[in-house]
Design a protein around this ligand. Sequence first.
Ligand SMILES: C[S@@+](CC[C@H](N)C(=O)[O-])C[C@H]1O[C@@H](n2cnc3c(N)ncnc32)[C@H](O)[C@@H]1O
Length: 272
Amino acid sequence: MTDLSAAHDAAVTDRMRLAGSAYSSDRDLAARQSLYRWQTPRYDLPGMVAEQLAGVQGRVVDVGCGNGRFVQRLREVRPDLGLLGLDIASGILAGVPGPVAVADATRLPLATGGVDAALALHMLYHVGDIPQAVRELSRVVAGDGLVIASTNSDRDKAELDELWQRAAGDVLGTGRGPARISLSARFSLEKAPAFLEEEFGSVRTIELPGTITVRDPGPVIAHMASYRAWADQHDVPFDATLERARTILLDHIARRGAFEVTCLGGILVCRR
Ligand SMILES: C[S@@+](CC[C@H](N)C(=O)[O-])C[C@H]1O[C@@H](n2cnc3c(N)ncnc32)[C@H](O)[C@@H]1O
């Protein structure tokens, strides 16, 4: 029997897959981000990060900046900061206003103490050697070393995992089908403090619970489809499972009026 979680871990951290497929453009990331439009309460994550940076002057690096959601907001509200966006995927950097560069979180092209704060938002779970990336974040920040990370809880969006397994089971004719891949499991909100406390004396978690309510399957199916780069990890035909999930959702919404997904994400504010 294959060790599913080891295979999933390898796929979640595979740089060829990350740079060449999952984040070769912002299409899939944007689909995942857009599901939060239907969340209550709405959290302004870039605004919350800007708030945490209120006392910071000088240079800030956003490691794994993706499509630049945070870089762009910070450029607007904190034009005084020297912002640098880094990512291993050159494709996703195309639309991000510079300066940006291709770089790996485990080998940051920055001097020791070269920045005044560092961001690692929803990205450390993609890094093969998480302790090494945490050491690099700690190395590059000056002073008391402000690092802001973010991720999701192990319990985040459990209804989507359930929906996937039900749809996959229907496609395979097996009752409950195989679990879908979890991107954040390696550095979940529950696991993150232990990794970060290796370098930082203070790690404060800000939990962001919410509920997504949809009355149309579209946003949920687009979110599930955004895992297409990992379709081969699912041991079930991906498109057929999406189609079956759409039918299950349509039926659920017709009977109950809406489909609800409980969310739990969080921000970790770290200082040495
Ligand atoms: C889920 S996206 C998050 C993007 C952005 N930080 C945000 O929160 O909107 C993860 C990003 O981390 C990048 N990434 C993954 N592994 C990385 C690594 N080892 N070094 C730098 N960036 C990496 C991916 O290419 C992707 O753009």
